[in-house]
Write a protein that binds this ligand. Sequence first.
Ligand code: NAD
Length: 310
Amino acid sequence: MSIEEYRLKNKRIRDPMSILIDGKKTAQDIKNEIAARVAEIKQAGGKQPHLAAILVGEDGASQTYVGAKVKACEEVGFTSTLVRLAAEVSEEELLQTVEDINQNLDIDGLIVQLPLPAHISVDKVTNRIRPEKDVDGFTPANVGRLTLNWPAYVSATPYGIVELLKRYQIETSGKHCVVIGRSHIVGSPMSILMARNGYPGNATVTLTHSKTKDLATICRMADVLIVAIGKPEFVTADMVKPGAVVIDVGIHRIVDETKKTGFRLIGDVKYDEVAPIASAITPVPGGVGPMTIAALLYNTLQSAEKKVFG
Ligand code: NAD
């Protein structure tokens, strides 16, 4: 089917552009819903949800991410605690800090901002977080629960994508979903979520990675294409089936002297050429990014209300 035929057949398409999946607006809706629930909890005499974050070292991007998470906590009425540790902190000291937060009855959720300095084992630290407080969904217990389709804290980025698909009522059952990238925080959990029995889900999933052969051919078979490869504008129009739903997880800062800041953000998808042939697409910025923080807040609320582990 040609692109024009597709557009004529599919009433959801606002010619000439596809549906823009607005992550910024959806994230704000979710934050408003969370804030309303927190207000109810407080009115009933309950405790404010409390998120703790551990930041090790002075990495600029990590400071920005953690800062945005703390600010988002304030917006929805959560308490937040930011523990800053020097880059030279020993692994033992970091593990003890995690343990202290595990034992703190006021704290509902704990995140350890990645990356960690090379002398610290991410696996050891992740595994020390109590699964009940693991609102990033990185611990083996939560990944296992997700795989079994049990209640679990789902890693924030894939969870944000699931919520976008749901709120935009994108059909996934019986569709072919191609995920590019198999990272533990995005691609792998995404593939599990799309394959599991539920909505969104029930898709036939192909998980592709750096050793995949003939990626473009596989991508062209996708009804839903989720791109988390970490390469700027890697996915071009010739890799996308007309009418596909395209979710772009990538974030890259590139120099742009026409901007006041001197840079702009782009994704893993060449938006200008893919948007006209997709039936729906997430932009960068304003797509998956804002949803990640909203999902983290949602997981923290779930923890405060003992909704996942009971
Ligand atoms: P990653 O670098 O950990 O993983 C990239 C994956 O791409 C790997 O699994 C690798 O096998 C695969 N890959 C590499 N080359 C490939 C090729 N030629 N063909 C097929 N697969 C290939 O990345 P990540 O942490 O999953 O992040 C991916 C992107 O998403 C990055 O740009 C990152 O900045 C962004 N990100 C955004 C958010 C958000 O909130 N929007 C959150 C996390 C990550």
